[in-house]
Ligand binder design. Structure first.
Ligand SMILES: NC(=O)c1ccc[n+]([C@@H]2O[C@H](COP(=O)([O-])OP(=O)(O)OC[C@H]3O[C@@H](n4cnc5c(N)ncnc54)[C@H](OP(=O)(O)O)[C@@H]3O)[C@@H](O)[C@H]2O)c1
Length: 237
């Protein structure tokens, strides 16, 4: 397969890269940390391509997606992992801006560009990593939970668009619970999952072409409880 991973220099994207690059795939990766990108493509310059881009810089990321797609050829699968978020109980506006710029403004450009590419090709599989954190408003990280809710609804819109248009474009929304990466912040975190396990379950959901997948299964149960708990109880939790 020809695969593009946006946000593959660390965490979940990196773990997915490690697994996908071991198979007979051609993989293109995007991130901002050049030294990590160099390290990845030096492993197999024939089958791994990497370019630096910040998804909040629309011109830059647009050019990079075009160049990488030119190098790998027809894209079969694109996985958008790039994301950020800070704890911000104090509602410091400056701390909210990167999440909005990355998870909403830049992210929208990237998923739209990839969806349109797959539509033009006549098929393709678009995957984005959202979060169980997008199911309810979270006072410790309001922008993060709100941007993830945006992504969840946006992907549903794209899934419906693909269905109604009769397109062979698959759109998968992956909703992980807490995962052991730089992104998992805060005190007293519980059920933090190893990134390896999360990546394996994500790949299994991708293989099954699921519309929505929670990882891990234990987090699926917790997510459904959290989503359905009434406000009168949720506000006290
Ligand atoms: N960890 C968790 O508990 C958890 C739970 C649910 C969902 N998620 C979601 O999983 C995704 C991956 O996060 P992670 O946990 O793997 O954290 P991570 O290790 O911080 O990975 C984030 C990745 O996104 C890239 N990235 C961030 N901002 C970017 C930008 N402006 N432009 C381009 N690339 C950018 C980073 O690369 P560079 O720094 O090199 O740019 C890195 O490769 C995120 O969308 C996050 O919301 C995480």
């Amino acid at each position: 397969m020809n695969i593009l991973i946006v946000g593959a220099t660390s965490g979940i994207g990196r773990a997915l890269f490690e697994k996908l690059a071991k198979e007979d795939n051609t993989v293109a990766v995007v991130g901002r940390r050049q030294c990590l990108l160099d390290e990845l493509c030096q492993r197999n310059p024939e089958k791994i391509f990497a370019e630096k881009a910040d998804v909040t810089n629309i011109e830059e990321v647009s050019a990079v997606i075009e160049r990488l797609a030119g190098k790998v050829g027809r894209l079969d699968l694109a996985i958008v992992c790039a994301g950020t978020g800070e704890l911000n109980a104090a509602l410091d506006y400056e701390r909210e801006v990167p999440a909005i710029q990355t998870n909403v403004v830049g992210w929208t450009y990237v998923v739209d560009a990839l969806y349109r590419r797959f539509e033009q090709q006549g098929q393709g599989h678009l995957v984005a990593i959202t979060s169980v954190g997008g199911l309810r408003g979270e006072p410790n990280a309001p922008a993060y939970s709100a941007t993830k809710a945006y992504q969840i609804n946006y992907l549903e819109a794209l899934r419906k668009k693909a269905f109604k248009g009769g397109k062979k474009v698959v759109v998968t929304d992956i909703r992980p619970g807490l995962t052991d990466t730089a992104m998992a912040k805060g005190e007293g975190l519980f059920w933090v999952m190893p990134v390896e396990k999360v990546a394996s379950q994500i790949l299994s959901a991708i293989q099954k072409k699921k519309g929505v997948a929670y990882v891990t299964r234990r987090w699926h149960v917790l997510a459904l409880l959290n989503k359905n708990v009434p406000w009168s109880l949720y506000k006290r939790m």
